[in-house]
Each structure stands twice: as C-alpha cells, then as structure tokens.
Design a protein around this ligand. Structure first.
Ligand code: COA
Length: 316
C-alpha cells in the first residue's frame, strides 16, 4: 500500500466473503410469550420466521471478517483498512472497528460508518475511494447486535430485528475486469423520526411511513445507479437488497420490474439485520453459486435516516 499514491484508475474486486450469526435463535413462536402476535401474522406481513440474538458487534464482525480473509487467502499484513458499517456499535465511543482490527491482528486504519441499513453499501463506495488513492485491500464489514436496542415486547418493532455480521475483502483490480460501474448514495433527514433510537433507548418506528419511504428510495436509487452505468434492469443479473420486510421488496419490484427469482433473500431465517444483511446475502449468493464472472450484481441499501445507497458491480 502506498497512501501517498495519486488517484489512479482501478477497478474493485471482492475476493472473499464471510458471515456470522450468534447461535441463539428467537422464533416467531417465542415472541408470542412477550407480545400479542402469531407466527402466521409475522410470516404473512413480513416474511420473517426467526432472528438470531446475542453476541457482540465486534465479536460477530471479527468472526465474519476472519472467514472472509481465509477465503480470500490473505493474512493480517495484507489488509490496509477496516470499514465497519453498524447502527449498534459496542460503545458510543470509540467506534467498533478498532477493536475488530485488534482482534484480527491488523495494523491499519479502522473506522465505523453509521448509515443504518444502507451502511455496508456506503462503506463499499468509501472503500472504492481509498483504492483509487492507492490502497490495495480493504475489509468492508456490516455487523449488528440490534437485540440491544429492540424491545421484544413491542409488536410494532420487536418482530423485525435480529443480529448478525457479514464481511468482504475488497481488492483493487488494476485491469478493471471487476468494478463498480454505477452507484448512488442519498439521504433525507426530514425522516429522522420515522425510525430512530435515543441514547440508551430502543428503536421507535412509524412502520407504515418507513414502508412508504423505503419503496420510494429503492426505486429512486436503482434508477440513478442504472443511469450512471448506462444500463437497464435487463443488464442486472442478480439483486442483493437490504431486507426489512419482503412486502417492501415486492412493492418496489413491481415498480422497477425486477423479479424475486433474481433476488437473494435471507430474511426468513435472520430478520432485519440492518448493515449486516447485504454482505450476509452476498455470502449466501456465493455459497449457492448464483454469481458468475461478468455478471452485474446490484447491491441495494435503504433504511433509517432516511438513507439509501446502491452499487452495481461487474463481478470479476
Ligand atoms: N402481530 C399481530 N398483529 C399486529 C402486529 C403483530 N406483530 N403488529 C400490528 N398488528 C395489527 C395491528 O394492531 C392492526 O390491527 P387492526 O387492524 O385491528 O388495528 C393490524 O395488525 C395491521 O397493523 P399495521 O400497523 O397496519 O400493520 P402493517 O401491515 O403496517 O405491518 C409492519 C406492520 C411493522 C410489519 C410494517 O409496517 C413494516 O414492516 N414497515 C416497515 C418497517 C421497516 O422496514 N423497518 C426497517 C427499515 S430498514
């Protein structure tokens, strides 16, 4: 790595992905002990069957990143930076990324990105900027322990959220066989109070408004990213969206024209894991052999803020 290097054209390749879930599972049936709900209602209205709870944000992030590094065939000396997307950091101060770098034995910069469920895609676009400035390899992680800010007696929010982590090793690709060919990041702070948590509080949400704004954000960011790439939905081979409620995706897909067959979903077994969802889905997609060289994969994040972010990647 040469941090003084001028901006040079380079592509971006994902060379290893890993994920981690804490072992304890909270099923929909378990939730009926603490709130007036049912497995049938939660499945029908959200698509969620269970979520994982427990662990720490740094611990899950470290576990996922260690797997990603092993699969990438890289060691601690090969990583130039850690970018950790989280909305549930271990501490308010400091960030969680330095502890993850320590536990992985890294000697490099490390910082958190706070953009809620869009965080991992924001992180990917930030990583691309560092690669353009001469870095070679960056860990982009999403990790959450949302159980610490979720009230599992509140049926308006408690049915949705769970814990998990996903990590990717991204590497500069000088030939640009692989690259981000279009991207978009956005935010509208007028909607801060439709989904938020105070210090030491729990998530508060206007579910219906979040649903409406999420569908709008997904449609808008997809259009912008495809426009930057000079492509249409027919050029997209696979969509890896954040997932909070399967009905949000169904509503957005109806407007955009995507098909659920080309969409990776893990929501049924994880619930909404905010910044961790997209990298965990990517791990699932690779496990299932859903991505081939030359494919165009659309990462699509949206969430509290409101924030949104998308990136269309040509896979190497
Ligand atoms: N179990 C059983 N019944 C429930 C319930 C639950 N968990 N939650 C609400 N209900 C009831 C309501 O009381 C209401 O009953 P009523 O018609 O007798 O008044 C009925 O079900 C419909 O409630 P409503 O609030 O309209 O449900 P909804 O279809 O909007 O679903 C959410 C609620 C939270 C699942 C949905 O709004 C949602 O997913 N919003 C987006 C949240 C999100 O994506 N957040 C993260 C963004 S990254």
């Amino acid at each position: 790595m040469n941090a003084q290097a001028p901006i040079i054209p380079t592509g971006l390749r994902i060379i290893g992905v890993g994920s981690a879930l804490p072992p304890k599972i909270l099923t929909n049936d378990d939730l009926t002990a603490t709130m007036d709900t049912s497995d049938a209602w939660i499945r029908e209205r959200t698509g969620i069957g269970q979520r994982h709870i427990g662990g720490t944000t740094s611990g899950l992030a470290t576990e996922a990143a260690a797997i990603a590094m092993e699969r990438a065939g890289v060691g601690p000396g090969d990583i130039d930076l850690v970018i950790l997307a989280t909305t549930s950091p271990d501490y308010i101060c400091p960030g969680t990324a330095p502890a993850v770098a320590r536990d992985l034995g890294l000697d490099c910069g490390a910082f958190d990105v706070s953009a809620a469920c869009s965080g991992w895609v924001y992180g990917l676009t930030v990583a691309r900027g560092y690669l353009l400035q001469g870095m070679e390899r960056i860990l982009v992680i999403g990790s959450e322990t949302l159980d610490r800010i979720t009230d599992y007696t509140d049926r308006g929010t408690g049915i949705l959220f769970g814990n998990g982590a996903g990590a990717a090793v991204v590497q500069a690709d000088p030939g640009a066989t692989a690259d981000i060919v279009g991207w978009d990041t956005g935010a509208d702070g007028n909607y801060v109070h439709i989904l938020y948590s105070e210090h030491d509080g729990v998530l508060q949400m206007d579910g219906k408004e979040v649903f409406r704004q999420a569908v709008k954000a997904i449609v808008r960011t997809t259009e912008r990213t495809l426009a930057m790439a000079g492509m249409t939905i027919d050029d997209v081979d696979l969509v890896i969206p954040h997932q909070a409620n399967v009905r949000i995706l169904e509503a957005a897909w109806k407007k955009i024209g995507f098909s659920m067959d080309d969409t990776i979903q893990i929501l049924e077994r994880t619930g909404n894991t905010s910044g961790a969802t997209i990298p965990m889905c990517l791990d699932q997609a690779l496990d299932d052999d859903r991505i081939a060289a030359g494919d165009h994969v659309l990462f699509l994040g949206f969430g509290a803020g409101m924030t949104w972010a998308s990136a269309l990647m040509r896979w190497g």
